[in-house]
Design a protein around this ligand. Structure first.
Ligand code: NAD
Length: 289
């Protein structure tokens, strides 16, 4: 396939490289003029998009996505697919899909989970929203860049799945961290706490697969001085998206709101945005004295 790839950052560059390695003709554009081995270089986003069967965007946020979409959609071939893999707000995803349809372009929002390691190894999970035909067309690309793709329904549903998942993740990480810090105060050994909770009804991915306590459970960023992993600033971005979506849809999400408030304090007031999001545990422990 002829693929345009716009946004060659930490995630986009390895994804584009994997597509080129698999034999696709990939032309990339990034405003920072990033060059990726095997990927042709365009000097504008429109030039990367023109004549492509599929144009992939991997951009920082919804505002930038809307601006790039306005440049690429008018020049794209009728029937081609715009595949947006960025994590953005649901409203932007749906607005961009509508604009695509007005230009005769198929649209699919497919944010990912798996981080830069998954992008590099081609083991991402895609959560896709859009028409069945568009999903079928890009499925072979998902297979190269990832290990799993779930079709979640119409436009915006990929973003909806992503932010609901990450809202649960933010909330359970905070709950796990505050429980560890409470256990400390109660004189309960962290290893004993892990052994009980990881096999009891308090278990979760945050406890079992990504334990925030150093030296306990599987290897995780806690064992590496809380280097990310998944940076607290990115968790805050996703929690904000969940709260935007909740406000726009009129849904009550009190735990998500509390998680957003805590990560806002951690990232913006305390300057800890570059730490892994599991560094909430030393934060609670310190505050508990
Ligand atoms: P990044 O900042 O490394 O890359 C974004 C790239 O977009 C940059 O290279 C930037 O120069 C480019 N860009 C910005 N505006 C542009 C424009 N108008 N035209 C062309 N290029 C432009 O970010 P990233 O870590 O690659 O993340 C990309 C997306 O993936 C984000 O939406 C993020 O939330 C999501 N995501 C990231 C991770 C992760 O672990 N990094 C995991 C899952 C999802």
């Amino acid at each position: 396939m002829k693929i345009g790839f716009i946004g060659l950052g930490n995630m986009g560059a390895p994804m584009a490289r994997n597509l080129a390695k698999a034999g696709h003709e990939v032309t990339g554009y990034d405003m920072a003029e990033v060059q990726v081995p095997g990927v042709g270089l365009a000097h504008t986003s429109a030039a990367a998009a023109e004549g492509a069967d599929v144009v992939i965007t991997m951009l920082p946020n919804g505002e930038i996505l809307r601006a790039v979409a306005a440049q690429i959609l008018p020049v794209m071939t009728s029937g081609a697919v715009h595949l947006d893999c960025s994590t953005v707000d649901v409203d932007s995803a749906r607005a961009v899909a509508e604009l695509a349809h007005s230009h005769g372009v198929q649209a699919m929002d497919a944010p990912v989970s798996g981080g830069t390691g998954g992008a590099d190894a081609g083991t991402l999970t895609f959560m896709a929203g859009g028409a069945v035909e568009a999903f079928a067309k890009v499925a072979p690309l998902f297979e190269i860049m990832g290990q799993k793709a779930v079709h979640c329904g119409g436009s915006g549903n990929g973003q909806a799945a992503k932010i609901c998942n990450n809202m649960i993740l933010g909330v359970t990480m905070i709950a796990t961290c505050e429980a560890f810090a409470l256990a400390d105060k109660l004189g309960l050994d962290r290893q004993a706490m892990f052994d009980v909770v990881s096999t009891s009804s308090g278990y979760s991915w945050s406890m079992n697969a990504y334990c925030p306590a150093p030296g306990v459970g599987p290897h995780s960023p806690a064992d590496n001085g809380y280097q990310p992993g998944f940076a607290a600033a990115l968790m805050l971005k996703d929690l904000r998206l969940s709260q935007l979506a909740a406000a726009s849809a009129g849904a009550e999400t009190p735990m998500g709101a509390a998680a957003e408030e805590l990560y806002t304090a951690f990232v913006e007031e305390e300057g800890q945005g570059a730490k892994d999001f599991s560094a909430m545990l030393p934060r609670f422990a310190e505050r508990n004295g």
